[in-house]
Design a binder for this molecule. Structure first.
Ligand code: SF4
Ligand code: SF4
Length: 94
């Protein structure tokens, strides 16, 4: 099973974000009932691997149609501000 890529993340203030791209090797989504990026973090420097594009390592949103066995099976996801500062915008309740 391949991990889906984060095609876009509009949360520029996150420490893993450079140029609207996520550079965390793998994020976790969800703190049910809300599909937020649980890896979202702000500190005084940028982290992650600048040469890598972030992927979804795990997702706790079992009610999303893209979720199977606590993993994301979407072709890719987008993250951005929603109800919270950093939400999975690809979240789609069954
Ligand atoms: S997907 Fe999450 S960890 Fe990655 S840059 Fe966006 S808010 Fe930060
Ligand atoms: S699309 Fe659904 S399964 Fe994939 S990360 Fe977002 S909420 Fe989780």
């Amino acid at each position: 099973m391949d991990m889906p890529y984060i095609n876009e993340c509009a949360v520029d203030m996150c420490s893993y974000n450079v140029g609207s791209a996520c550079h965390a090797l793998a994020i976790t989504v969800g703190d049910p009932p809300h599909a937020q990026c649980d890896t979202y973090f702000i500190t005084s420097f940028k982290g992650g691997d600048p040469a890598s594009t972030g992927q979804v390592g795990a997702c706790k949103m079992t009610d999303c149609r893209h979720n199977s066995r606590l993993e994301c099976r979407a072709r890719g996801i987008a993250v951005g501000p929603g109800r919270e500062a950093a939400d999975c915008l690809t979240y789609s309740p069954r």
